[in-house]
Structure formats: C-alpha cells, structure tokens
Design a protein around this ligand. Structure first.
Ligand SMILES: [Zn+2]
Length: 415
C-alpha cells in the first residue's frame, strides 16, 4: 500500500474528536484521556507485524524488525497541554504511524524501524517536561525531587504514575531502549512564525537553543517621590529599564537567531509615592551557539554593572537555570534537506527555540534530526494552533522520504 498522507490528516481529526472538547485538546499525560489516545494508537497499528511494548518510563514502542538490528527511531508524543492544539504532540506519532504502515507493507526493511510515543513531553500536570525521553536518555537526575511533586489537586507524581503502570524508581531502566539506536527522526509543528513568513511549508531543524536564565536584582534607595530631587535619586528601576533596552541591542549585535527576553520586573516598594528601591528582573537568553550565548550573557552582565554605576545602584546576578545548545546530526540534516527538497522544492534550516524530546535523544548520543512544518500565525499550545492540510500532507511525505534515506544510511546501503 502506498503512503497515504491524507489518512494522517483524517486520523488527526479523529483523534481531536476522541480526546478534545470545545476548549481544545485534553490529552494531558497521566490522565484517562491520554490513555484513550494511547489505546487509539495501538488500535491504529494493530494489524501490522510489529512488536509492541511499554517501557519502565511509560514510553510506548512499536518495532518493525529489519535485516539489520541497528534501528531508525521515529518519535514524538501524543500528550498535549490542557486546552491545547490538535497538532502539538499528535502530529509526530500519527505521521509516524503512516510511515511505519508503508514500510511494513513493503516487506522487511534494511534496518529495524521503531516508532516511539514518549510519555509526558509537556509536563503539563506536574511541571516536569520531557519525562519519558529524559528517562530513556539517562539524563533524568531529579527523581528525589519528582517524588515530592504534586499536581494542582494534591496528587503526588509517583501515585499518578503508578495508576498508569509506571514505577518512578524504575523509570531509568528505559535507558536500554536507546541501545542500538542509530538515528532518531522527529516531525513537529514549528510553533513559531519563521516558515510562514518565508512562505515555506517545511524546514530542517539544526538543533535546540542553549538557554541562560537569570534573576538580576538592582538595589537603590527608596525615597519620597515628592521630596527627592531628580539628581539625588538611586532609582533601581532606571537600571532595570536601561538593561531591558540594552538586551535587545545585544541580541541584534550577536545575531544568528539570538533572542533575549526580560520576562518580568518586580519593583519594591512598588507604590506610586516612592522611588524604586529594588527591581528584580527575569532574563532569558537563547542561542544555538554556545560561544555566542556566553558572549550575550557577559555583555548583559557588563551592561548591568555600567548602568548600576551610572545610577548609583548595586546589582546582583543569580542563575535560575541553564542548558547548553544541543546540535543535531550533520549527516541527518543533509538527508532531511534532501527529503524536504524532494517534496516541497525548497528547504530552510532553522533552530528550535522550544525544547523537544529530540534534544534528549541527541544528548544521549543518538544522531538526531527534526523536521518542522509551518504553523499558522506561529500559534501553539492553544486551540487556535493550526497548519494547512496540504502542508501536513507534505510533512508526512517528507518524514517518509527521510525515513527511507536514514534506513539506507544505517543499513550501509545507498539511501
Ligand atoms: Zn510537542
């Protein structure tokens, strides 16, 4: 049976009916609706010659044995955020279903092919994203902290997992799943405006941004708004305001996709009759290149000290969180470019701002690449999330071509 990309679109709509409501998709991991979606996936692959298993972290796997044991993995997640869109999560695995169907019909592939539905990519219920993929990658190091996590209703994470057959203490045993993995492919909606602005349906992802997150506190002196002359003030907000404008220049100067965001400023005492004594700023900086990310950070630090001096303030930096850039595999990026070129005429390479399961797999040392399909209006994590149906169909075709090329590469034959 030839590939039928239209069937993927029809199945995505079927899944939307089954697991969504008027507010959007409700496939939040570790809920009944999520289980319904996972059972629906099993049904879709039911008649095919595949081995099925659910691993210790709750990841769901289907294996099509090939001539070589080395495996090409096609992955994604079927969970969504509450009131989410119909494509984030589901597109990856549902497109993978179509590709696996086509491969199974063609007989034994040259390399083993495995489809994985990662458990809890979104972290919507317990605030811990990439659960299943980080367990399989062996990078999950926060099990003690996870043991204490509770959802909004007070249910502890280990309890919720146990209700779905997952024992948190054994989650890391899922690591064996990546043994023998020679390539990992993931298709995702872009969730941003770049491909739409270029009028391109598809793009190839170079990797995921490194992130530096800091809290920066400027401290001055609270003083009466009426009695303190302008030249006698130590106004902490002045430092924060200057820094906020400067980070935009820093991102512009460094370029190559650099982004800097001051996502919040809290001022104290925060009343209309006082000069601001402290301004606590939240800064998020991202870049695909580790050196440039470090440069953006040191530029922002230097600027903050300069402004502190100009305004008579003290400034303090505290790191909240960081992650290094994760680069995808050169050879697979080239194959993905070819695949996109064949189905859409033109390819475009771009970084990913959001993290994805693919980043965990790449971190574990498995050669990885992602395909992005255009998102309309750049919207995601809302029921307004959408992609043109013809673009969805092209994305299934591109994933299918890429799978063939990767199988060829892994099996050592011409792709
Ligand atoms: Zn996603």
């Amino acid at each position: 049976m030839p590939l039928d990309p239209g069937r993927t679109v029809a199945e995505l709509k079927e899944l939307r009916e089954l697991t969504g409501n008027e507010e959007g998709a409700q496939r939040v991991a570790w809920t009944d609706t999520w289980e319904r979606a996972r059972a629906w996936l099993r049904e879709k692959l039911g008649g095919l010659p595949l081995e099925h298993e659910i691993d210790e972290a709750g990841n769901q796997w289907w294996t099509l044995r090939g001539a070589s044991e080395r495996a090409v993995l096609i992955g994604g997640h079927i969970d969504s955020v509450p009131n989410g869109g119909w494509l984030d999560g589901a597109l990856n695995v549902v497109a993978g279903v179509e590709v696996v169907r086509r491969l199974a019909e063609d007989g034994q592939p040259a390399a083993t092919v495995r489809l994985v539905d990662w458990a809890d990519e979104e972290g919507a219920r317990f605030g811990r994203s990439l659960f299943g993929s980080s367990a399989a990658a062996g990078s999950m190091t926060d099990q003690d902290e996870l043991r204490r996590r509770r959802d909004g209703e007070g249910v502890a994470l280990p309890e919720a997992l146990a209700a779905h057959g997952v024992d948190l203490d054994r989650a890391l045993e899922a690591r064996r799943q990546l043994e023998g993995a020679a390539a990992y492919l993931e298709l995702h909606i872009e969730q941003g405006p770049v491909l739409e602005s270029l009028e391109l349906p598809l793009g190839v992802v170079l990797g995921t941004f490194g992130v530096e997150r800091h809290e920066i506190a400027f401290r001055g002196q609270a003083a009466h708004a009426g009695s303190t002359p302008m030249d006698k003030r130590r106004d902490a907000l002045a430092g924060a305001a200057k820094l906020e404008l400067e980070i935009r220049e820093i991102a512009r100067r460094v370029g190559d996709g650099a982004v800097c965001t001051m996502g919040g400023v809290v001022t104290r005492p925060g009343i209309v009759t006082s000069v601001v004594e402290t301004a606590e700023c939240l800064l998020d900086q991202r870049h695909l290149d580790a050196t440039k990310l470090a440069e953006m950070l040191s530029n922002a630090e230097a600027a903050s000290r300069r402004y502190a001096q100009e305004e008579g303030l003290e400034v303090e930096w505290e790191r909240i969180w960081n992650i290094e850039p994760i680069l995808f595999d050169e050879a697979l990026i080239s194959l993905a470019d070819e695949a996109v070129g064949e189905v859409a005429g033109r390819s475009h390479r771009l970084p990913s701002g959001p993290l994805h399961d693919a980043a965990e797999v790449a971190r574990a040392g498995v050669p990885t690449v992602m395909l992005f399909v255009q998102s309309l209006r750049g919207l995601s994590h809302t029921k307004l999330e959408d992609t043109r149906e013809e673009h969805l169909e092209l994305s299934v075709q591109a994933l299918d071509r890429l799978a063939d090329k990767a199988i060829g590469g892994v099996a050592g034959t011409a792709g």
